[in-house]
Design a protein around this ligand. Structure first.
Ligand code: MG
Length: 284
């Protein structure tokens, strides 16, 4: 099932893509909430309700009439993994990590497809990073690796926009600040339920900047796989439905090029994950 958050008649709505249509779930079944975090918090029964809502054929809107938003606007946590592709770690001249490198973004950084990535006046080194994002579907802590994929409700595409001067050149390296400027976390367009993705570790990932492919890899290159990450992190904090896990970016980032390639106003960045979607944002 491909679920979208969208704006229609000025309201935030939740729908399921069905061919050229979007089924407005809350209008087809008022028991289904109109936002993804509440939908996921409702447990597996919500997916069954959504399936019935789609089958009812009610509340269908032409997909061309809706504005697709970020799939989720208010996750409790946005957790990001750094240096999770060995060849990306090498290109950044950092050590290949022996444990996950973890940082975070705030929800104020989230934007949807088509929204502008803003270059902040205080950074001259804004870089792109295409990533697979896992979306947590149920609460848990101290999760065994063997059970961890059962906590993933589905996936979306994410762009871990990064101000390298903040991340790497400020005293002590301000990873959090460099990664969480407003608009630095585009996600979407679709939230794809996990049952549609039989193997999340076999998906092509790429970034296309102004029509040129600048990153191209596969999630089979992840150093720490999603089940390992969830288990590792769950021994530190409790996961809750709607939490986003950015899984890391492959090589090809702008900072590793000669000369470096920084994002600038007027650029168009496309992040793609095969089977999940294509996320396009202008730079402003
Ligand atoms: Mg990243």
């Amino acid at each position: 099932m491909r679920i979208v958050s969208f704006k229609h008649d000025g309201e935030r709505r939740l729908g399921v893509r069905s061919g050229d249509l979007v089924i407005d779930l809350n209008r087809a079944d008022p028991e289904i909430p109109a936002d993804l975090k509440a939908f996921l918090s409702g447990g597996p029964g919500m997916v069954s309700r959504a399936t019935r809502a789609v089958e009812s054929g009610q509340a269908a809107i032409s997909a061309s009439d809706v504005q697709v938003l970020a799939p989720i606007s208010d996750p409790d946590k946005i957790i990001c993994i750094g240096l999770n592709y060995a060849d990306h770690a090498v290109e950044t001249k950092m050590e290949v990590p022996t444990e996950p490198v973890v940082f975070a973004k705030y929800a104020t950084a989230l934007i949807g497809p088509g929204d502008g990535i803003r270059i902040p006046p205080s950074s001259a080194k804004v870089d792109y990073e295409a990533e697979l994002v896992a979306v947590i579907g149920k609460a848990g802590r101290d999760i065994a690796e063997a059970d961890a994929l059962g906590y993933v409700a589905g996936y979306t595409v994410g762009h871990d926009v990064s101000a390298r001067d903040y991340q790497l050149e400020k005293p002590a390296g301000q990873w959090l600040l460099g990664k969480t400027f407003d608009t630095f976390a585009p996600i979407g367009p679709d939230f794809v339920t996990a049952d549609e993705i039989p193997d999340p570790h076999a998906l092509g990932v790429r970034c296309v900047l102004n029509g040129q492919t600048v990153q191209e890899s596969c999630t089979d290159q992840l150093i720490f796989r999603i089940d390992r990450l969830i288990s590792y992190l769950s021994h530190v904090f409790t996961f809750t439905p709607g939490d986003l896990l950015f899984t890391g970016t492959p090589p090809g980032v702008g900072m590793a090029r000669t000369p470096p390639l920084w994002l600038k106003s007027g650029d168009t960045v496309v992040c793609e994950v095969d089977g999940i979607g294509r996320l396009e944002n202008p730079v402003v």
